[in-house]
Design a protein. Sequence first.
Length: 564
Amino acid sequence: MDTQAPARLAAEDYLDALAAHGIDHLFVNPGTDFAPLIEAFSRAMKGNRAVPRPMVVPHEHAAVAMAHGYTLITGRPQAVMLHVNVGTANAINALIDASRDRVPMLLTSGRTPYTESGAHGSRSVYIHWAQEMFDQAGMLREFVKWDYELRRGDQAFSVVDRALEVAKTSPTGPVYLSLPREVLAEEVGEAAAPRGPRALPAGPRAAEADVERLADMIAAARLPLVITGQLGRDPREAMALTRIAERFALAVTPFNPRHFAISARSPMFQGTGAGALLGEADLILVMESDVPWIPSQQQPAAGAKVVQIGEDPLYQRYPMRSFPSDLTITTGLLPLLEGLEPALAARLDAEKVADRKRYLCERSARLHAGWRAEIDKAGAADAVSLPWVNHCLREAIAEDTLVVNEYSFRQEYCPLDHPGSLFSVGPAGGLGWGLPAALGLKLAAPEKLVLALLGDGAYMFANPTACHFMAQTQNLPILSVIYNNSLYGAVRRATLDMYPTGAAAEADGRLLADLENPAFEKIMDAHGGHGERVEHPAELPGAIRRAAAAVRGGRQALVNVVCR
C-alpha cells in the first residue's frame, strides 16, 4: 500500500498562515471555488494540525457581521471567505459597516477559475464563465484598505502577512484578497518553519505640546463639552474619560455612541445629544466622533473653540466633512486621556471646577426628572413606546450583559454601568448588522448574556433565518428584542422633515415606509427557541424576564414588541 503523503497544497499554507496570525475562525459561505480549502481543512483535521475553525454561515452578510462582532470583543481580526463575485456582492453591506467602524478583517473570496482547461482546478461548471469579472475587487475597493489576488501558491504566507499588517495598522480596517482555485490547488514545498507576524507600528500618540495646549484650553474654558462617538471600544477609554470628567467637571454627551463612554448615572452625562449645551459651551472636545452635531439643525455658540481628536480626526475617507477645528490632534484616545489628566490637575482652579460641577449636577437632576416622567407616562399608556422598551430592558441587563443596539437604545431610559457593555451599529448604518453581530459577540464571550435591540426593518435585513440557524446549530443563545412599529421610521422622518406640510404629510409620511410584518416570534418554533409577542406596556417586563431566563437556560429567545 502506498503510504506516501500527498504533495502539500498552497491552500494548506494559506490556513497555516491564518493560524500564525492568531485567527480563530474562518467564517465561510462556500461555493465551487472552495475545493482546495476543503481538502486542506480535511488534511489538517486528519493530521491534528491547528488551523482556524471553519464555520459555515448560510448567508454572506451574516458571516461578515459575525466576524465584526467577534473582533469587537477580542480585538483580533478574523477571516471570512465567500463565493466569487456573487457571494462578495451579498457581503458588501456588512463590509461597509466594518469599514466605517474601522474593524480589521481579512475578507476573501474565490475567483472564477481563469483557465478554461489544462490546469488542476480549471473551469468545470456552467457558471464559471458568467461569474468572471474584469475587476472583482473593484466593487468593494472603496471600503477596504488594501486588495490583492493570490497569484502563486508559494505566496500564501507573505500575502497573508501583508494583508493583516495593513488591516491591523492604525487606523484599522478590512482588507480584501481573492483566491483563484487553481492557485490554491498548486503543489508547494514542505511547510515553512513556524514564524510570528511582523512587528506593527505603534498607534499615533499626541505630541506633548498638543496635550499641554489642550489642557490650557480646558482650564480657560467656562463650560467645556466632550462629544464622543466611538470612544469606549477599549473599555479603559471609558474609565479614563469618566474619571477625568467627574474630577474636572466636563460635560459629556455620547452622540450616536457605538460604545459605552460614561454611565447615565454620572452627573457629567448630559444626554445622548448635545442639545442646548452645544449653544452654551465655549469649548467643544470632539473625541472620535465623525458627526458631532447636525449643522443644518444646530451650531456651536459664536466664538466657541472646537478641538477634533482621534486616530483619523479628519475622517479622510469621507468625501465631505466640514466641521470646524481650532486644534486637531491625531492620537489614540487612551494615551491622550492618560496624559491629559495630570496636565489638568496642574492647571485647574478648584473653585472653577466646583462651580462647573454644581451647574452640571443641577442640570443632570433636571434631565433625569424629565426622563423619569417620560418613562412613567410611557408605562401608563395603552401602546408600547420607545422609552418604555428601553426602560424594560433593565429586566434582562445584569453585570454580565452585552447590549447590541441596532435601533435606538438610550441610556437616558436604561442606564448602563460597565465599560465594554455597549455595541452599536457603525456610522454607515447598513441595516441587518445587529443580529449577526450579536452572534459574533456570543461566540467570543459565551459566558455573557447578549441582548440585541433591533428595529423590525433591521431584523428582516439580517436574514433572520440564517442567524437563528447559527444560534441553534452553534449553541449561541442570544436574546433579541424587536421594536416592531411596522415602519421604516427613518424614511418617514426624512419625508416629514423635508415636506412637513406637503402632500406626503397628509398620510403622515407613511408612503413607502409602512410594513405589514409577520408574527416574528413564531420563527422561534422552527429553531427550538422561546418567542413571545407583546402588545401592551404592562406585558413587557414579564416577557423580557422570561426570555432572559430562557437564554440563560441555553435557548435563544425573541420578544416581538408591537409598538405604535
